[in-house]
Design a protein around this ligand. Structure first.
Ligand SMILES: NC(=O)c1ccc[n+]([C@@H]2O[C@H](COP(=O)([O-])OP(=O)(O)OC[C@H]3O[C@@H](n4cnc5c(N)ncnc54)[C@H](O)[C@@H]3O)[C@@H](O)[C@H]2O)c1
Length: 330
């Protein structure tokens, strides 16, 4: 039997650079497509085919979709601040780009289309857990583009590749393409490197998921026919109030000072029910927030991320550089 063929868009990114090698290790024939817009140096792993390509222009590399069993679509302008800075690019990439890629996948006869969505689509849902049937209330352009893309994929289900939508919790942990603009990663790096970190607000709920567990969830969903087309991807035990996250970090880095500041600009507050993905897929991640806090604190203390505040690890600062270099709207 031939190995499954998987094309991963955004495979040079934070999640993609963990996922692509994981799939290859499990025997998949993996092709990565990335426009390398946020990559300072291309990272290549043996056994994986890398293509520089823009998902907004799939015609340029559509021949690579022939014979692909599943597309895992991660490429996006990721995060509220980066999307707010380059709104037209965010809409063109996250929404229209997804439509163009889904249509190209359909023409090529791709069987499955795994889409990386986000739990931040629930917006300011409050303290009670929300499930996939709860209303989505995007509070940012980023979340809105993901809701629109989901809607397109679901309304075209049955007329092209089978969609599998994973609404990921906020990711954390070490990755070959590190991000220090994600709550656990940033707060821990600052605590370990600078001896102080900020807690924005405190009462608001947020679910978290280790980046390696997120990659594992994608691997589990590939090639399976699960009852639902949409899953929240995370675990119930990893819903935290931001204040609790601050306490966990402080317990690991006790010398660090904590500055509690108002979260005036970010109204998001959502606590998520992850039972269905555990019941249907057996997804029960062992790696937890505490593992990432320890890993990141150790990596920073070893001197590995002396430049943790650099733009290279921050999607918003990279977008500031990118928009200064070239016009982003087309
Ligand atoms: N990191 C999180 O906490 C999180 C949470 C929920 C959902 N997600 C979703 O998971 C996916 C991956 O997130 P990430 O954290 O790895 O982000 P990332 O920013 O590290 O990676 C995104 C990748 O997409 C590539 N890309 C951007 N525009 C492209 C284009 N037009 N054509 C081709 N490639 C392009 C970038 O070069 C980058 O390598 C995204 O879709 C994101 O919305 C992430």
């Amino acid at each position: 039997m031939r190995p499954p063929t998987v094309l991963v868009t955004g495979g040079q990114g934070y999640l993609g650079s963990v996922l692509a090698p994981l799939l290859a290790k499990h025997g998949a024939d993996v092709t990565v497509v990335d426009d390398e817009s946020i990559t300072r140096e291309r990272q290549e792993r043996p056994g994986i085919t890398y293509i520089t390509g823009d998902i907004r222009e799939p015609r340029d590399w559509a021949s690579r979709l022939t014979g692909i069993d599943a597309v895992v679509h991660l490429a996006a302008i990721v995060g509220d601040p980066a999307c707010d800075l380059a709104g037209d690019l965010a809409r063109d990439t996250n929404y229209l780009g997804t439509i163009r890629l889904a249509e190209a996948s359909k023409r090529a006869g791709v069987g499955q289309f795994v889409f990386a969505s986000t739990c931040s689509t629930y917006g300011a849902a409050g303290d009670a857990p929300v499930g996939v049937d709860s209303p989505v209330e995007p509070r940012s352009l980023y979340a809105e583009t993901k809701v629109f893309a989901e809607h397109y994929l679901l309304s075209h289900a049955g007329d092209g590749p089978r969609p599998s939508i994973l609404r990921f919790a906020t990711l954390h942990g070490l990755s070959p393409r590190m991000r220090f603009d994600l709550a656990v990663n940033t707060m821990t790096a600052r605590a370990a490197a600078d001896g102080r970190f900020m807690v924005h607000g405190g009462d608001q709920w947020r679910p978290f998921l280790h980046v390696r567990a997120a990659a594992e969830a994608v691997r589990m969903v590939l090639g399976t026919t699960v009852p639902s087309l949409v899953y929240n991807c995370g675990s119930n035990a990893e819903n935290y109030r931001i204040a609790t996250l601050g306490e966990l970090i402080h317990a690991e880095v006790p010398d660090a000072e904590v500055d509690v500041v108002e979260a005036a600009r970010d109204p998001r507050n959502y606590r998520v029910d992850f039972d269905p993905i555990e019941t249907d897929l057996g997804f029960a991640p062992r790696l937890r927030v505490l593992d990432s806090i320890r890993d990141i604190a150790a990596a920073v203390r070893s001197g590995r991320y002396a430049d943790h505040a650099s733009a290279r690890y921050n999607n918003y600062l990279l977008m500031v550089e990118r928009t200064a270099r070239q016009p982003v709207a087309r």
